[in-house]
Design a protein around this ligand. Structure first.
Ligand code: ZN
Length: 319
């Protein structure tokens, strides 16, 4: 979208403006029939009973709106609210809790929670395999961190540094291309067996990519896949040696952890991958790469196309 979007934009309050905005994202080249794919025999349906936004396909003779086949199709939540929730989640660097989202939109907590998860889902599915990272002349940093866990375990881990990564915490493994994108995964452990397929899937060509890790040792298991593997040894206080460092991935982890601890407080194991999708998405579509809030939100709305609701609103309404 060319124009920037702020909260006074009528798409967040006016149903017609919201619909037109969605249609422009859904159908950048004009409407097409979601049933038979026809593009040139589409006519708007007048009719007072249908309301605006309905089209008719003269080929298969079916009626449709831009929402058909998307997560918005059978939603009782108006498009204005979907656009607003998407904008708020896209524009907040550390995310936004369902409580705050609900308060800001005048919607019940459970509705906001449901919407936030649907929006994260739209963020997630756009990315896997969309464009591999790394490749010729590129440097990728890999590291793991631990998030979540129950409060009592978190206190114990704070008391004893050796318990970091211990009971109740979930491991997040991230790959970040310097100056590029991040890919995060929820893993149970780091082994050659689970890293190799993941690296092959995510990287353009590992054999042409430089890898940077810290001195934990487990990444030596996959050194042979890379053009070059450099290690900085945090254990002996070494953080930067020439261009060998893991500052990029650590910077990403600090945003992720501030968001998960500060905004979401507790993230269940079941939903962790959705939060990772949210944080990866905002990082990958960041302002530094000249992506505006409005463009970011439009990508999420576009990502929602083709995804119907697969679980009900009553599903476990907690963080
Ligand atoms: Zn048709």
């Amino acid at each position: 979208m060319a124009r920037d979007t702020d909260l006074t934009n009528p798409i967040f309050t006016d149903p017609d403006k919201a619909r037109e905005h969605f249609e422009a994202i859904r159908w950048p080249d004009g409407p097409y029939c979601p049933y038979c794919g026809v593009i040139d025999r589409i006519a708007p349906l007048g009719g007072k009973s249908m309301g605006p936004g309905w089209y008719h396909c003269k080929d298969c003779r079916r009626k449709f709106t831009a929402a058909v086949g998307t997560i918005y199709e059978r939603s009782h939540i108006p498009m204005t609210k979907w656009l607003l929730a998407t904008h708020l989640l896209c524009a907040s660097k550390k995310g936004m809790s369902a409580h705050q989202l609900g308060r800001m939109m005048g919607l019940p907590y459970k509705t906001a929670w449901f919407m936030a998860h649907r929006i994260r889902e739209s963020m997630r599915e756009m990315f896997p395999d969309a464009s591999p990272i790394g490749g010729e002349g590129k440097t990728v940093e890999a590291d793991e961190t631990y998030v979540g866990g129950k409060e009592k375990n978190r206190h114990r881990s704070k008391r004893n540094a050796k318990h970091i990564g211990g009971v109740g915490k979930e491991m997040v493994f991230s790959l970040v291309e310097r100056g590029g994108k991040v890919r995060s995964h929820h893993l149970t452990n780091i082994s050659a067996k689970n890293l190799r397929p993941l690296l092959n899937q995510q990287l353009a060509d590992a054999s042409k990519t430089n890898l940077m890790t810290d001195g934990e040792g487990q990444y030596r298991l996959v050194s042979d896949m890379f053009k070059k593997h450099e290690v900085v040894n945090h254990g002996i206080g070494e953080y930067v040696r020439g261009d060998a460092h893991t500052n990029t991935v650590e910077g990403y982890f600090s945003i992720l952890k501030r968001g998960i601890v500060g905004t979401y407080h507790h993230v269940s194991q079941q939903h962790l991958k959705r939060y990772l999708a949210e944080f990866d998405f905002r990082y990958n579509e960041r302002t530094a790469l000249e992506v505006t809030d409005a463009e970011r939100a439009a990508k999420v709305v576009f990502g929602a196309v083709g995804k119907r609701m697969t679980y009900r609103q009553t599903n476990g309404a907690h963080a």
